[in-house]
Design a binder for this molecule. Structure first.
Ligand code: NAI
Length: 729
């Protein structure tokens, strides 16, 4: 028997150890090739009377990472399959169902199977073990067990929605699947997902010992009189899981995520019938999901593009890899302190400079506080704290810059101060060191004017809070060279964040497009749309907050200042309704936003929004709620997408992945869409252009589709077809 992805060893007791170990990959995945091998192995085992039992384990540090999402991504949304919808559905169902049935064979082939889980088993990886008769897991808290499919828009499709509730009850199983949360081996033992947890060296022997006890190779759900723990949908406890589950789902996701909805349906319908019928139901819902554009877009953006960008897909080829060991951070304020922390955490030495020693020390204290919190939560040891802190060197002395590979400037957002520190730093920096600016608004090209080496000057734009935000927007100035770009990407990779690369422009990409959302919200308010309606519709589009709440976070004083400056640039002197309402809040009422604990919202003493400020309702008596909700939804979402399309047309963006990932990671753009450009592709370019033109006519030229979009609409093109990202080398 020829197996490429498994080792097949039979011992003297007739126990076969099937060790999954895919060649040339760091992790095992369920791909067409590995499933074919599994089928061959199952065939051989079931036809061999001398086999008494099977141990399924892995030769990699992780047990099995789940389905191969690159294969799944290619077939999602219909992929390259048949054009006819019915045929496409049939072909997709056939593929999903046959996979499900292959896994089913593990538990029905008449030989007992024990999973020896030596490492993380997620998604399809855990589902395969659920089809084993016994699960023993190594006692290592780093191991994660879970069904996280819904996080990337997919659902468990290898029996997970059927076996997990039958194993641990609907009440425990449903939240794990809806939230995609994984658990440690000990937690899995407590929940009944695994039978035993043993030290790693005893893993396989424990599995063999169980097999030697001559267990009956029958799953609980294949026995007579089986009932689901906690009961079916009509039993008291389980029914709560559906009622509360549906309500929570609605509250948290407003029906935007088909994966979660389909999981709930598959469980509800599936547990009422025998397992085989349940598996067929699951395959039907999985088929529906895989053909949905949301699922395709989410897999593509949240998994594939994210992975490609994080691995450095945007790094120029031909520049040698670099490994920054020592960097400098100039300015130890909110951003600088966070940048120092994430860098030191990644093992990089950090020279942290500020105007005076207490300010520099304060920047280092930020790391100490974060590490203390981690220690409190059992996520870090005092030793780790000492190690990380030993790498941060707070000082006022620029001579420490002489041997750094990279510098990140994060002083005040003031052109003159930035020019001054650039000159002082460059006098000391090594010739090959990169100068990165964390400016949020000043064009990189103009900051680089004072630089002696503009080819090494680049924007490295972090998001706040640095330790939590996964994105870094790298901005190319007019003269920035490829070596600086490569080195900046190498650094971002090292601190385990995802880099996108954009060209210089006011607000770059993320701030520019994100600002359209808040402005549209305030514009709606100035038109007299009821604030509660604006906020609710904002959240219903899938944005993490309503536009007024987001405006509070940014600062209403800032919004007022920017609005006035823009009007001045355009030569407009008239005070419009938008300015009036902001001036009323900021200047008449001192409500500058979250930082003051008062803005559009009122805030509790923990700084959390506690409802819209009641007096805002009194601002006028004729609030409108007779507006077209769908149009409101379109205004709030499309304004961000159409601005992204403009960035693409202007060359600020050059890669569709940067646009989509930047929008989701940078400002939380509705993840169910797959990102701003994926949204346009999902709506269809022609329809999107038509709807934007209607919005432009009704509400102003900010909605007018750019020429590129109109041309694409005419030609029937989508962004991902016309600007398909290059395949990985
Ligand atoms: P901050 O005011 O918290 O920190 C600035 C720090 O720079 C202060 O510690 C100050 O003492 C120090 N500083 C000022 N002049 C200096 C000089 N001549 N030499 C050395 N240190 C000096 O400001 P924050 O929020 O950290 O912003 C820093 C930069 O990051 C700005 O360019 C800002 O636009 C940008 N940024 C801010 C974000 C935010 O959410 N706050 C997000 C992304 C970028």
């Amino acid at each position: 028997m020829k197996l490429d992805n498994f080792k097949y060893e039979k011992d003297a007791d007739g126990i076969v150890t099937l060790t999954m170990d895919m060649p040339g990959r760091s992790m095992n995945v369920l791909s067409a090739a590995s499933l074919k091998d599994l089928e061959t192995a199952i065939g051989a085992i079931s036809g061999d009377a001398s086999v008494k039992g099977v141990v399924l384990t892995s030769g990699k540090p992780a047990f099995l990472a789940g389905a191969d999402l690159s294969e799944l991504g290619a077939s999602a949304g219909g992929g390259a399959g048949p054009k006819d919808e019915t045929e496409r559905k049939k072909a997709t169902f056939a593929a999903i169902y046959s996979f499900n049935m292959l896994v089913r064979k593990l538990e029905t082939m008449g030989k007992p199977v024990a999973a020896a889980i030596n490492g993380t088993a997620l998604g399809g990886g855990l589902e395969v073990t659920l089809a084993c008769h016994y699960r023993v897991c190594a006692d290592d808290p780093r191991i994660q067990l879970g069904l996280p499919e819904s996080k990337v828009g997919v659902m468990p499709g290898a029996g997970g929605t059927q076996r997990l509730p039958r194993l641990i009850g609907v009440v425990n199983a449903v939240p794990l699947m809806l939230e995609g949360k994984s658990v440690s081996p000990q937690e899995a033992l407590r929940l009944g997902i695994v039978h035993k947890v043993v030290p790693m060296p005893a893993l396989v022997s424990e599995a063999k010992a169980w097999l030697k006890s001559a267990p009956e190779p029958v799953q609980p759900w294949d026995r007579k009189n089986f009932s689901v723990p906690g009961g079916g949908p009509y039993d008291k406890d389980s029914s709560q899981a559906y009622i509360i589950g549906s309500a929570l789902l609605r509250k948290q996701s407003y029906g935007n995520y088909p994966a979660q909805i389909n999981i709930l349906k598959a469980v509800y319908e599936g547990v009422q019938v025998p397992i085989e019928a349940g598996l067929r139901i699951e395959s039907r819902y999985m088929t529906e999901l895989m053909l949905s554009p949301q699922s395709r877009n989410m897999i593509r953006s949240l998994f594939l593009s994210m992975q490609e960008l994080s691995k450095g897909a945007r790094r120029p080829r031909g520049v040698a890899e670099s490994d920054p060991k020592r960097i400098a951070v100039l300015g130890a304020g909110l951003m600088g302190a966070g940048i120092a922390y994430v860098s030191a955490l990644a093992g990089i030495e950090v020279v942290l400079i500020d105007r005076d020693q207490p300010s520099a020390d304060k920047g280092k204290d930020y790391s100490a506080r974060l590490l203390d919190k981690d220690i409190e939560r059992g996520r870090a040891s005092p030793q780790k704290k000492a190690d990380v802190l030993s790498r941060i060197h707070p000082t006022t002395d620029y001579s420490g810059l002489k041997d750094v590979d990279l510098l990140i400037e994060a002083v005040f957002e003031d052109r003159a101060i930035k020019a001054d520190v650039t000159k002082r730093a460059e006098a000391v920096l090594r010739a090959d060191a990169v100068f990165g600016s964390n400016t949020s608004t000043i064009p990189i090209t103009s900051l680089a004017e004072v630089s002696e080496r503009p080819e090494s000057f680049i924007g490295v734009h972090f998001f706040s809070p640095v330790e939590r935000m996964g994105l870094v927007e790298i901005i190319m100035g007019k003269k920035t060279g490829e070596t600086a770009l490569a080195k900046a990407i190498d650094y971002v990779k090292k601190i385990r964040k995802t880099p996108i690369v954009v060209q210089d422009s006011r607000g770059f990409y993320t701030s520019r497009c994100f600002g359209t959302y808040t402005r549209e919200g305030i514009s709606l308010l100035s038109e007299g749309v009821h604030p509660a309606l604006i906020e609710n519709i904002g959240r219903m589009t899938g944005m993490p907050m309503g536009p007024l709440e987001v405006s509070d976070s940014v600062g209403l004083d800032t919004a007022l200042k920017i609005g006035r400056a823009t009007k001045k640039d355009l030569g407009i002197s008239e005070v419009d309704d938008m300015e009036k309402i902001l001036a009323w809040l900021v200047e008449a009422n001192g409500r500058v936003g979250r930082k003051a604990g008062k803005g559009f919202y009122q805030y509790n003493d923990k700084g959390r929004a506690a409802g819209i400020w009641p007096d805002l309702f009194a601002y006028r008596t004729d609030w409108r709620d007779d507006v077209d909700r769908d149009e409101l939804r379109r205004r709030l979402l499309y304004i961000q997408a159409v601005e992204t399309a403009r960035c693409f047309e202007e060359g600020v963006l050059t890669d569709v992945r940067d646009a989509d990932i930047g929008s989701i990671l940078g400002w939380g753009f509705a993840p169910w869409t797959g990102g701003t450009l994926s949204l346009i592709d999902m709506v269809g370019t022609a329809r999107f252009v038509e709807e934007c033109e209607a919005l432009a006519k009704a509400h102003g030229p900010r909605f007018a589709p750019p020429a590129l979009l109109k041309e694409m609409a005419r030609k029937g093109e989508s962004f991902y077809a016309r600007f398909a990202p290059p395949k990985a080398a």
